[in-house]
Design a binder for this molecule. Structure first.
Ligand SMILES: [Zn+2]
Length: 292
């Protein structure tokens, strides 16, 4: 089962005269999309009554909502007050996610800063473990989804992300294929490059658990030195990574995934394009199975 949808609201949604995200679920349903990532990237709070209403509308329209936690979370820090703040943001985001009926909370773990990478990662791991205990105490049934990051100085390589997910069975990795491509200077070219990621995922999380993932996808510009520079749209074909090999892997490995498109401005339209590509690959595969 693969769900497709946008991160946030497309430019065309506003161009058509809509103003409120409350109209998004019906708008997405009309486009045959089934997922929606609501961004709390610039603040963990959404008025509770608004969150509940949006959650109800999403449920009515068969839209699976996920939430993106604030960008300024940094669990790699040595500063206890900074950690306390980040912890508060994650708890607030999870509270809002619950009101929205969203289970998945995507988060950026933190940046390496002045520390060694090893030290920064150990901090993230320890802090995340504490936060998961607090989420359980607060009876917030969310799945924290740490993301693979696109800049070299951020915690969130593929291996780090998978290791974080081993902290608790509730956790789900967010594989951002734009980031995975950008951080290694354009690493995703051949189908084999994508397949290596899926093999690693299943080796670390196991054949069963490893099949449930969250995905971010967009074409991306990067620099050799720092990694991620800018997200582009699907029609900006000068930039990779390509989606076809990813769709092939999703089908071949029998994945259960939500694919969130993070194109600039055209995220919903591009999510539709991604869905069409996947559906075509899936149909071809089923056709071949029947005709063996
Ligand atoms: Zn993100």
């Amino acid at each position: 089962m693969i769900k497709f949808g946008p991160a946030g609201n497309s430019d065309s949604f506003y161009a058509q005269g809509y103003k409120s995200s409350l109209d998004m679920p019906a708008w997405l349903h009309n486009m045959s999309l089934t997922a929606y990532e609501y961004s709390l990237a610039r603040g963990a709070r959404l008025r509770p009554e608004l969150a509940v209403r949006l959650g109800e509308k999403a449920l009515e329209q068969g839209i699976c909502v996920s939430v993106h936690a604030p960008y300024y979370i940094n669990l790699a820090s040595d500063d206890p007050s900074a950690i306390q703040k980040s912890e508060g943001y994650i708890l607030d985001t999870s509270q809002t996610a619950s009101l929205l009926g969203a289970r998945r909370v995507v988060l950026h773990p933190g940046s390496v800063g002045q520390n060694s990478r090893k030290h920064a990662f150990a901090n993230v791991k320890r802090n995340l473990e504490q936060i998961i205990i607090k989420l359980k105490q607060a009876k917030l049934d969310v799945a924290l989804c740490p993301e693979t990051m696109g800049k070299k100085n951020q915690i969130g390589s593929l291996d780090e992300t998978l290791e974080l997910c081993l902290l608790d069975p509730s956790m789900i990795p967010t594989l951002d294929f734009g980031h995975l491509h950008a951080v290694d200077g354009g690493a995703l070219i051949h189908e084999q490059d994508y397949r290596r990621i899926f093999e690693r995922l299943l080796a670390v999380l196991g054949e069963e658990r490893g099949r449930t993932i969250h995905i971010h996808y967009s074409r991306i510009e990067f620099t050799e030195k720092g990694g991620e520079k800018k997200h582009w749209t699907y029609s900006d074909t000068a930039y990779g990574p390509e989606f076809e090999p990813l769709a092939q892997c999703l089908n071949e490995y029998g994945m259960s995934a939500t694919v969130i498109c993070e194109s600039r401005g055209t995220m919903a339209e591009d999510a539709m394009t991604l869905k069409k590509i996947y559906d075509r690959i899936r149909e071809d595969y089923l056709f071949r199975l029947e005709n063996i």
